[in-house]
Every structure is written in structure tokens, then in C-alpha cells.
Write a protein that binds this ligand. Structure first.
Ligand SMILES: [Zn+2]
Ligand SMILES: [Zn+2]
Length: 188
């Protein structure tokens, strides 16, 4: 796929321009909206090259407030016009990237690559976007919702205390006996 003949669907009149996201990582971007089209094959080549050098992984030393301009709707792939999948890259589900699986390419909105780098996720895209990775994020999301509901029902202090007791119990050699004592109230 020659990405630089493609046009962004933001209404831009010019075609995409070649861009180096990182040294050795080729992509193409839209001059008008700043969206980036990244081919997974280029990303894999870059990732493999990274793994074979002593260079530190692409992570920002200091967290910088990067503004991502996440668009509300799914995009159409600029190469094949199919609707792209929106995939989460964090458990909160706030930050998502678009992928066209048949074309093996990603669309990143302006600032999203930098945000991935900051979170240390830039070199883990394949794991993150895999079915297993997406399921893991989904499970984390459910767990966070459950904890939030528990904290609302019982109060955060009680939940913190319960978690403290649970970790303490886990270290006790006779924890089942201790738990039984608690339940029977036979401690007087
Ligand atoms: Zn654009
Ligand atoms: Zn496509």
C-alpha cells in the first residue's frame, strides 16, 4: 500500500505526507488534521529493530500533557473504505485507536502516538490490540466499575480496610481458622 497517495477523510484536499514518527518508523500524516496513518508492517519492523539495539525504548522521560484529539465516530479506512474498528488502549476506554484489520493499518488522531509513547505502550501495540489484550482491558474495565460500585455502597474507608485485612489474612498460616473465629464470634 502506498500510503502517500491516500487522502484523509477529514475533507483534506492534499494527500497524506510521509512522516517519521520516530527514527526508523515511517508513517504518513494529514497536513490538515494531523491524523497519522501507520502500517503495522512498518511498526513491526521498527519494533524489531528496537529490540535489537541497546537504545532505550521510546518512552518519554517526563510525562507531558499531550492533547489528543480523539474523534467521536469511527473512521473509514483510507485505503479500502471499510469502517475501521475502534480499539481501546487503556482500561478506562477513554483513548482509542482505529484499525483496519484487512489492510493492517492504524489511524491515530493528532497527539495519539505521543500519548502511546508517554504511557510506554508504543512498542506493545500488537499485544494491546490483540483479542487477548482487548479482553484484558475489558476485564480491567469491569473490575474498576465493580470496585467503584462497592466503594459507593460501603464507603471508601471500609473497602480500604477490607483490602488491608484481606492482605493481612493472606499472610497468616492459619487463615481459615481465623476466618472461622470471625464468623462464629467465638472470641470472648
Ligand atoms: Zn485529515
Ligand atoms: Zn482498509
Amino acid at each position: 500500500m502506498t500510503t502517500t497517495r491516500l487522502r484523509c477523510n477529514c475533507g483534506a484536499t492534499a494527500s497524506l505526507k510521509p512522516l517519521a514518527l520516530e527514527p526508523g518508523l515511517h508513517a504518513a500524516d494529514c497536513a490538515e488534521c494531523g491524523a497519522v496513518l501507520l502500517q503495522m508492517s512498518d511498526w513491526r519492523r521498527w519494533r524489531d529493530a528496537q529490540a535489537h539495539t541497546d537504545a532505550p525504548p521510546a518512552t518519554a522521560a517526563e510525562p507531558i500533557a499531550t492533547e489528543t484529539q480523539d474523534h467521536a465516530h469511527a473512521r473509514h479506512c483510507p485505503a479500502c473504505a471499510r469502517l475501521m474498528e475502534r480499539l481501546s488502549v487503556d482500561a478506562a476506554g477513554a483513548f482509542r485507536v482505529d484499525r483496519c484489520a484487512p489492510c493492517q493499518c492504524l489511524w491515530l488522531d493528532r497527539g495519539e502516538w505521543q500519548a502511546l509513547v508517554q504511557r510506554g505502550l508504543a512498542s506493545q501495540l500488537d499485544t494491546l490490540l490483540s483479542d487477548g489484550g482487548q479482553r484484558r482491558l475489558q476485564a480491567e474495565r469491569l473490575q474498576a466499575t465493580r470496585m467503584q460500585a462497592l466503594r459507593q455502597r460501603h464507603g471508601s474507608d471500609r473497602i480500604d480496610e477490607l483490602q488491608r485485612i484481606r492482605s493481612w489474612l493472606a499472610e497468616q498460616p492459619h487463615r481459615e481458622e481465623l476466618l472461622a473465629l470471625l464468623r462464629t464470634g467465638d472470641l470472648h
